[in-house]
Design a protein around this ligand. Sequence first.
Ligand code: SAH
Ligand code: SF4
Length: 389
Amino acid sequence: MLTDVTTDIKSLTREELATVFNRWRQPAYRVAQLLQWLYLRRATEWDAMTNLPKTLRDQLKGEFMLQPLELVRKQGARDTTQKFLWRLTDHSLIESVLIPANPALYGEASDRHTLCVSTQVGCAYGCKFCASGLNGWKRNLMPHEIVEQVLAVERWHQRETGREKSEGRNADGALVTGAAAAPAPPPVRLINNLVIMGMGEPLANYDNLLKALHILNAPWGGGIGARKITISTSGLAPQIRKLADEPEQFRLAVSLHGATDEVRSRIMPVNRKYPLRELTAALEYYRSKRDRILTFEYILIAGVNDSLPQARALATLARRFQAKVNLIPYNQVEGLAWDRPSEAVCEEFLAVLEKQRVIATLRREKGHDIDAACGQLRLKTERELASTT
Ligand code: SAH
Ligand code: SF4
């Protein structure tokens, strides 16, 4: 019955789909056809899946949702950082940020695009400087809502560049149906680098996140390499250990923002639950399990964490874990009193790290003119909506 249809098809793995199709006595190749429509063609309607028999499409329609994200607002010019605000079926708002190739941050120079995705509506962790936590936590995103952020941005890009070819038609433009009719060649993929740094604490939505990343990583799904996927956490020590035990080699970034408990606890309440001793023990475990690069994110906030003793303590931590450090001058959030340090202070902080032979970058590009830090566009839109009602 239609009213029972609550699971979106993009929350299912290939194995789960295979089980469903097996139950429906469908041949195995139908699963591959469906996956092509979902993740290569990025179909938004069942009836576009022209090489699936109508009876099967109707059965799918009766069992599953196929819901694209609704674009509410977009900020940023093409070829620069662009921010997307999406509305979910329950009217919650979430954000994704598309970042053009940026060799200094995550990965090598290339024409790749990085997408920053959200994992929750709001955030429960209440870091003092962050817009995402300002209105608290509303709910976890379902796997398909995480997966859809990638697909919806790629759909948008495809429309923009006019590259879309009519779905389910052969080279002559004639409709093709039936098992033998393979879909047209896949559209070009835009995103090959993913950072889980949008709204929410990813490791607090662990199971849904891991399922979404499994789908986005799989060759039958998003096809994004595990090493091109970076999960950012405010430091949930038990989940970091759990992540270390996963078979997929996702990268980990830790939002440190303070190199001593005193400074960190002042701006990140999570540090009281998992102080640096516990966090670093979990990171030791993570490093022992997999030999890979760890990143420390460090926002520079004027007069809070930008002193030279903090830089030296950060250098010590980074050396201990052979971690790369990303320094990010604070992006001002409306209504919050924090500010970024001067350029000279940022450069001096960087110099201390470099002197200690820590690999570090200082973000100098201006994303802040479009509220590029997570949660800010949503906050702004919600405030605007509130003031008009
Ligand atoms: N909850 C996770 C991931 C989302 S936040 C985490 O905290 O790591 C992603 C990154 O944006 C974090 O490093 C966070 O500290 C940073 N951030 C939040 N507000 C910011 C702001 N106003 N300016 C710059 N970076 C900010
Ligand atoms: Fe949540 Fe991360 Fe923002 Fe902290 S920085 S409130 S953990 S989204």
